[in-house]
Design a protein around this ligand. Structure first.
Ligand SMILES: [Fe+2]
Length: 375
């Protein structure tokens, strides 16, 4: 039964109906209202300090009315809450909270190198607005080049710190790509490196990858990069069933040597909360033996190979030489990279790399660009 208390707010069994400025009537659940009373949040720590699990009985209003400063509710435990109408309006439809870091991605193709976004490291260090532009490029295109890097380990660390923290993997905090005497990874040889994303055998493969070129005077060794999202979107148009298989099936990846045995399952095509392609995970040298029903593989393998062949196509492949003092930064879940073979005796080639986190980068962007809920 509905009881009218001080029209026009309607007190119902489980929630209130409140007239909003939009002309609509908003419905608000009592638990939600009680939980999100402005007094629930500590202004200093900005954390929720109210704990709804400790209420003796379900929240119910003794009184609810519109006042000059918004909706006022007197609760059955005696607590009084006041909610601004703007606040109620913004949560009335159940739509997700707006996220400034949720930007449409722009697919790019093999001719992209001339237009890759470039940012000078000293400028980034001095200007937060420039950092925001850099993150925008990484969110929309998944790749950007930072130029004028200091020729030091610290130069890389301080650059990462602009958008997050160095995110360790089972290889450690940093890795050095040059020819190793006893290589445990193809990257540490002068051989060609097929197109891949990094460390898919990790539970949470790292998000943003940094490759800081400290020296590159060898013959060959061209960098190969492509936009995995562009390839996956084309596959979606050409072969929706192959796309479905690759975006719904977890396949095993591994990385095994004397002292480690990393294993994780990943989908080759990753979709975001809008159902759009947000990334890919691919690595022939780390794909484990598929432990899936053999009949299912009748369908899966052709789809997998179709995608793998598309990844070889010139349409997508950006070929370029990364120069000393440049650092390429890219989304390891979206950008597929590789390297042409080089002659190890023709000069020096040294790339120092590390990772940071996609989510932390989005956080850095929001902190620069938006007011948040507490400012
Ligand atoms: Fe790699």
């Amino acid at each position: 039964m509905n009881i009218m208390i001080d029209t026009p707010v309607m007190v119902e069994d489980k929630g209130l109906r409140v007239p909003l400025a939009s002309g609509q009537t908003g419905y608000f659940n009592y638990f939600w209202l009680r939980d999100n009373c402005p007094s629930s949040f500590d202004s200093e720590t900005r954390e929720r300090t109210f704990d709804i699990f400790h209420l003796d009985k379900p929240p119910h209003p003794q009184k609810a009315e519109l006042a000059a400063d918004g909706l006022s509710v007197v609760w059955n435990d005696g607590h009084v809450s006041t909610y601004s109408m703007e606040f109620l309006e913004s949560y009335a439809t159940g739509e997700r909270r707006k996220d400034p870091a949720d930007m449409p991605r722009r697919a790019w193709f093999g001719d992209h190198y001339a237009t890759v976004a470039r940012f000078s490291q000293p400028k980034l260090m001095a200007d937060k607005t420039e950092v925001a532009r850099w993150i925008e490029a990484l969110l929309t295109e998944g790749v950007a080049v930072v130029t004028d890097m200091p020729d030091s380990h610290e130069g890389l660390t301080e650059t990462v710190r602009l958008i997050g923290h160095v995110r360790p993997t089972f290889f450690g905090d940093f890795f050095d790509v040059r020819t190793h005497i006893k290589p445990t990874n193809l990257a540490y040889t002068a051989k060609a490196l097929e197109m891949h994303t990094d460390t898919p055998a990790e539970d949470m493969a790292p998000g943003m990858q940094f490759l800081h070129c400290r020296a590159n005077s060898v013959e060959g060794g061209l960098n190969l990069f492509l936009d995995g999202m562009a390839v996956a979107n084309d596959l979606h148009r050409e072969d929706p069933e192959a796309f479905r298989l690759l975006s719904e099936t977890d396949i095993p990846y591994y990385c095994e040597h004397d002292h480690y045995d990393m294993r994780a399952r990943q989908r080759v095509i990753e979709l975001d909360e809008h159902g759009e392609v947000s990334g890919v995970t691919i690595s022939q040298h780390m794909a484990d033996i598929f432990d899936l029903p053999q009949e299912f593989l009748d369908d899966y393998y052709p789809a997998f190979c179709k995608f793998g062949r598309l990844l070889q196509s010139d349409k997508y492949m950006m070929r370029f030489r990364l120069n000393a003092s440049e650092c390429i930064v890219f989304d390891n879940h979206r950008i597929v990279h590789g390297r042409a073979a080089y002659s190890a005796t023709s000069g020096e080639r040294y790339l120092r790399g590390c990772y940071s986190d996609r989510g932390e980068m989005r956080s850095a962007y929001r902190a620069i660009m938006s007011e948040g809920r507490f400012k």
